[in-house]
Design a protein around this ligand. Structure first.
Ligand code: NAP
Ligand code: GLV
Length: 309
């Protein structure tokens, strides 16, 4: 049994020992030294080169090194009929919720304003609401959205979520579909994006969406840079339509030198670190999927390719 490992951002040194310790019979072949492509059964990848997966004639299963799969589905030569599984790891889910809670609290407690006051040596108290008076809207009612929503709710925030389909989860208020989006936006002071990047969700954080938020709302995007129309954000901030944004993901990563986001006083930039994949907890989940495939059992978190997530 052979597995191709190819990540454009992660090192084999973090992965190979974890994988081979738990499944010694698995040969881990690190791109580009993969030997005979016809011997590769599994591919564990992050943003593989277009055409790489199509060059593996016996490929049985594609495993994403992350929760998202847009980095795989964007390959124009993606082999059809090979199942794809994404990574859902409670460790990553906890990390994402930590990030969202941190950023929502930061916006809620006006941290950008206090930092600016400190720079100017200004001692001034700003009006402050409590969390119960602050509405948070989460785009994405999935693994990450729900966990973040539960944790924000525990802090007292008034949280609602938005997905494609109606969902009923105890303690969470849900909206769905294109008809539900304006209603969610209209009640949202802090908007959090945790959607997968698909044909339907690309560019969803745009001038139209910003115009439906209450004046002065803030944005946290921890999903994908492709969700955000960057020019619309800059314009909304310049006009005061939005008051601040926290961005973990960008259209171009790394964020290019000289990009206006770097030094914008109302934007906080983090380098795609909200929920990094963690090999010690992710490797057993990935290997469980290989075992399931070998035994003809249902896969964990198989992607619906037509749907895009
Ligand atoms: P998930 O469990 O698949 O949840 C996706 C949610 O998005 C679902 O609720 C789904 O609706 C909703 N959705 C999809 N398309 C939609 C549409 N057109 N309209 C409305 N709702 C739509 O995904 P997840 O595990 O929560 O992960 C979400 C994303 O987070 C990933 O795809 C990835 O891009 C990003 N991420 C970022 C980081 C980071 O470090 N920054 C780390 C991990 C993940 P239904 O419930 O109706 O299906
Ligand atoms: C990270 O961005 C992921 O999709 O896991």
């Amino acid at each position: 049994m052979a597995l191709l490992f190819r990540s454009s951002i992660d090192s084999e040194a973090r992965w190979k020992p974890q994988l081979t310790r738990l499944m010694p019979e698995l040969q881990v072949r690190i791109w580009p030294e993969i030997g005979d492509p016809a011997e590769i059964d599994y591919a564990l990848v992050w943003r593989p080169e277009p055409g790489l997966l199509a060059s593996l004639p016996k490929l049985k299963l594609i495993l994403s090194l992350g929760a998202g799969v847009d980095h795989i589905l964007c390959d124009p030569e993606l082999p059809s009929g090979v199942p794809i599984a994404r990574l859902v790891d409670p460790y990553m889910t906890d990390a994402m919720s930590e990030y969202i809670v941190l950023q929502v609290l930061r916006l809620h407690r006006q941290d950008l304003d206090y930092r600016a006051q400190q720079q100017a040596e200004i001692w001034r108290e700003l009006d402050q609401k409590n969390a119960v008076e602050r509405t948070v809207g989460i785009l994405g009612f999935g693994e990450l959205g729900q966990d973040a929503a539960h944790k924000l709710t525990q802090l007292g925030f008034d949280v609602a979520l938005w997905g494609r389909h109606p969902r009923s989860v105890e303690g969470l208020l849900g909206f769905h579909g294109s008809a539900g989006l304006p209603a969610l936006l209209a009640r949202t002071q802090i908007l959090v994006c945790l959607l997968p990047l698909t044909g339907e969700t690309a560019g969803i954080l745009n001038a139209r969406a910003f115009s439906m938020l209450p004046n002065g709302a803030a944005l946290v995007n921890a999903a994908r840079g492709g969700h955000l129309v960057e020019e619309d954000l800059l314009d909304a901030l310049a006009r005061g339509r939005l008051s601040a944004a926290v961005l973990d993901v960008f259209r171009d990563e790394p964020l290019p030198a000289g990009h206006p986001f770097w030094h914008h006083p109302r934007i906080i930039v983090t380098p795609h670190v909200a929920a990094a994949t963690h090999p010690p907890t992710a490797a057993p989940i990935i290997l469980e999927n290989i075992r399931r495939f070998e035994q003809g059992r249902a896969l964990l978190h198989q992607v619906d390719v037509a749907r895009g997530y």
